[in-house]
Design a protein around this ligand. Structure first.
Ligand SMILES: [Fe+2]
Ligand SMILES: [Fe+2]
Ligand SMILES: [Fe+2]
Length: 410
């Protein structure tokens, strides 16, 4: 893999996890009745703006990439409560601290945690914080002020005026200066209306003329694309998905464990076992986009609500393929609601196109779900769950794999 390709892959991976967080914010917007006005693509937009500001302020190479990663994931501590977490000062503090703790686990050797901890600080707090935190603090607020409608020339001037007025109180002066410089550029405002900010960001980073970026590429690839970081990202997102609903407490992690047991039962090698574990951890990634009130609903879901739930595996597919996970991981994770008889969703796969890994994941998912409490029923016993699966052998799930499941899961 050449170095440009390596860096692009690393960026895609982190960008895709940022998109997953942004999907979780959509849930919050729905809750507030805002119809996706503000939260939509918040992380991506803050990421793009932060890189532009960081560049003006002299950050280069890996410093610029760190800034991007922190900006893309800055609200990682706010999943499941974006609106609440940003409404009250004490919760503002709480989600920043939680984000810092999460970052400390994923990227233990970097100063990342500080950036997340301070992303809502202002000069009025009188603290000495990093330049990265100051940049994100401004980009975050500007993204909210901007909203999602096209912005007229007058509105642009209004935003700049507002920022100038609050300079030194809400905004850190060096960042205010950089923003006002950026705001002069017509293209900046045009980009903020674009759907795809990854391409311009990647292009900017990759074409950095001073060459420092290239000297850092190995480091970046190591950091973002390494097995160690990938495993930690998957564990973290499994936790975020599971904690969204009180009923799915450890669902993703248990599916991953059960899938590993089945893979062992099939005699798979270590590499394939790792892939099935990652697929298990991330299989419900798209659930971040399903409103909590639907996930927790005790009554049967209405047709429209069920349609919303069904989209989750579609999101899982798009996010994982964008993140350039292997074909195995993408498919094993995303096909867990497909059925052998073609009645599953969302791709309507059937026996001739469902691989062993996908069949295995479907069994791990159904078995795990049946043995967990749900808002509308209590957990059922492992033995009984197996009987239910066996009733659907050949139509929904694979008969031979159920024999492995009997051996390994009971
Ligand atoms: Fe925040
Ligand atoms: Fe934010
Ligand atoms: Fe699912």
């Amino acid at each position: 893999m050449d170095r440009v390709e390596t860096v692009e892959k690393a960026l895609r991976r982190i960008w895709s996890f940022s998109k997953a967080l942004d999907l979780a914010l959509i849930d919050e917007e729905v809750k507030k009745g805002l119809e996706l006005e503000v939260g939509y693509r918040h992380g991506e937009r803050v990421g793009y703006m932060a890189v532009r500001l960081g560049y003006i302020l002299g950050l280069r190479g890996k410093d610029l990439i760190f800034l991007l990663v922190a900006a893309l994931l800055h609200d990682i501590g706010a999943v499941g409560g974006f609106a609440d977490y940003h409404g009250k000062p004490e919760l503002m503090e709480y989600h920043s601290e939680l984000g810092a703790e999460i970052f400390e686990k994923i990227f233990p050797h970097e100063g990342f945690a500080e950036v997340l901890r301070n992303h809502h600080k202002t000069p009025a707090d009188g603290l000495d914080i990093s330049l990265e935190a100051k940049i994100i603090s401004l980009a975050d607020k500007v993204d909210i002020i901007m909203g999602r409608n096209p912005i007229s020339k007058e509105e642009r001037a209004g935003i700049c005026r507002e920022i100038r007025l609050a300079d030194g109180i809400e905004y850190y002066p060096e960042v205010t200066g950089a923003f006002l410089q950026l705001a002069e550029e017509e293209a900046f405002w045009l980009y903020m209306k674009e759907d795809d900010l990854l391409e311009p960001t990647a292009f900017m980073l990759l074409s950095d003329s001073n060459g420092q970026f290239y000297s850092d590429y190995r480091y970046v690839a190591e950091l973002m694309y390494s097995d160690a970081i990938t495993d930690k990202l998957a564990e973290t997102f499994a936790f975020l998905i599971d904690q969204k609903s009180s009923y799915t407490g450890k669902h993703s992690r248990t599916v991953a464990e059960n899938a590993c047991l089945l893979a062992e039962g099939l005699g798979w090698d270590a590499e394939k076992c790792r892939e099935i574990k990652l697929a298990g951890l991330l299989h419900d990634l798209g659930k971040l986009a399903v409103p909590k009130k639907i996930l927790d609903k005790p009554e049967p879901l209405g047709e429209e609500e069920f349609q919303i739930v069904k989209i989750h595996t579609f999101h899982t597919y798009n996010l994982l393929s964008m993140a350039r996970f292997s074909k195995n991981i993408v498919e094993w994770a995303s096909y867990h609601h497909e059925r052998l008889d073609g009645t599953g969703y969302p791709f309507r796969k059937s026996a001739n196109t469902l691989s062993t890994g996908a069949r295995l994941m479907a069994i791990a998912d159904i078995f795990t779900a049946l043995t967990e409490d749900r808002p509308y029923r209590r957990a059922i016993s492992r033995e009984r769950a197996m009987v239910i699966l066996e009733k659907n052998a050949g139509t929904w799930v694979d008969r031979e794999l159920l024999e492995v499941a009997r051996r390994k899961l009971l």
